[in-house]
Design a binder for this molecule. Structure first.
Ligand SMILES: *Cc1c(COP(=O)(O)O)cnc(C)c1O
Length: 371
């Protein structure tokens, strides 16, 4: 599904140089490379403040802590997502309120958000799933009407842009109160270990998030807030600086893979190629098919596996059916789209190192399948 070694080999000289510089300086925590990366990422995204932290899950937790949500406050999340989104809500003793998604772009449904709002609702976390932005114009409007915070989970969508009806373009993660991302190695901007970041245009929130990520310290040994220990280490920051300069090329490579699949798989009656959101670009963290009812997904993926083609199911089990979150979902009115997607989706390999022959093999093998 990924080829991180192949990707490293192509930028080895730059990476090795950056790592060696860190080793020579030996400032392993909060070295100068961390600040440099924060400011480079801020310029790339067009956002005023970037606060790095240890991983994407922590970024979400720090965001909710910085917004000073209180136990019992309700936070709306899509139930077709990675569990981290709901996990941090539950950890902070807030209430995750799961809602259904759109069948087309797989992202949180604005109508479902509207229906889930109660007097206890304080925030909504749209997840920009698989690499394209949720319906941010509607979500921000709902949030404005109901005075909700918006925390974007942009872990899969770094580099995607969203167009508002006034024509302005904004990067994923820079439209709500706080955006969160992950530098997990297989994400579109991946470190060589764990990493994450929050973005915001609000200086007070940025200062608070920075303090929370570092034990609530305003300066050394002065603890203003109860915080956590969540830092991006210097080595990862140095590596990410090198890779950020290649991010646009990486996104183009992923789009070329997607275009190849789109064309090669067009017209197959038993599968749907991924639908594009109208206002968002797609950075193809995943290229996710939907298979028709008559196709047995397990048999199909076993056939592909046998011919050397890995596939993955993101996500096989919806949030509301996970043991950890079942109770939180009780009383909700059902999630038919999410349940259908969990039965139908299958993600094909998409990464920056795919070769034409590999793609041709994948397309030919899929087209030759007879159930
Ligand atoms: C990867 C991911 C996270 C968590 O990021 P980590 O760095 O692994 O903690 C959160 N949300 C989504 C949607 C993700 O894909």
């Amino acid at each position: 599904m990924v080829d991180l070694k192949g990707q490293y080999d192509r930028i080895k000289t730059e990476i090795d140089h950056a790592i060696q510089a860190c080793l020579n300086e030996a400032k392993f925590i909060n070295g100068p490379q961390v600040r440099t990366f924060q400011s480079q990422l801020g310029s790339y995204l067009g956002v005023k403040h970037v606060v790095t932290c240890a991983n994407g899950t922590d970024a979400l937790q720090i965001a909710l802590m910085a917004l000073e949500l209180k136990p019992g406050d309700e936070v709306i999340v899509p139930c077709f997502t990675y569990a981290a989104t709901a996990e941090v809500i539950a950890l902070l003793q807030l209430k995750p309120v799961m809602v259904d998604v759109n069948p087309g772009d797989f992202n949180i449904s604005a109508d479902a958000i509207r229906q889930a709002i109660t007097p206890a609702t304080k925030a909504v976390i749209p997840v920009h799933l698989f690499g394209q932005c949720a319906d941010m114009e509607s979500i921000l409007e709902i949030a404005r009407q109901h005075k909700l915070f918006v925390v974007e989970d942009a872990a899969q969508a770094i580099g995607a842009t969203y167009r508002f009806s006034d024509g302005t373009l904004h990067h994923a993660g820079t439209m709500g109160d706080i955006g969160c991302t992950s530098f997990f190695p297989s994400k579109n901007l991946g470190a060589y270990g764990d990493g994450g970041a929050l973005y915001t245009n609000n200086p007070a929130l940025a200062a608070k998030a920075g303090m929370i990520a570092n034990h609530g310290q305003s300066k050394k040994y002065v603890h203003e807030l109860v915080g956590i220990n969540s830092r991006l280490d210097t080595l990862q920051a140095a590596i990410l600086s090198v890779k950020l300069a290649h991010l646009d090329a990486y996104i183009s490579a992923r789009r070329e893979v997607a275009a190849f699949y789109d064309e090669g798989l067009a017209g197959i009656p038993w599968l749907h190629i991924p639908q594009r959101a109208t206002q968002s670009t797609h950075v193809f963290h995943q290229y996710t098919l939907r298979l028709s009812d008559e196709i047995n997904r397990e048999a199909f993926s076993a056939y592909l596996q046998e011919l050397g083609i890995p596939t993955m199911i993101y996500y096989p089990l919806p949030l509301h059916e996970q043991q950890a979150y079942r109770t939180a979902a009780q009383g909700a009115s059902g999630f038919p789209v999410t349940e259908q997607l969990c039965r139908e989706v299958l993600s094909l390999p998409v990464h920056t190192e795919m070769e034409t022959e590999q793609l041709q093999h994948i397309v030919r093998t899929i087209r030759a399948y007879t159930a």
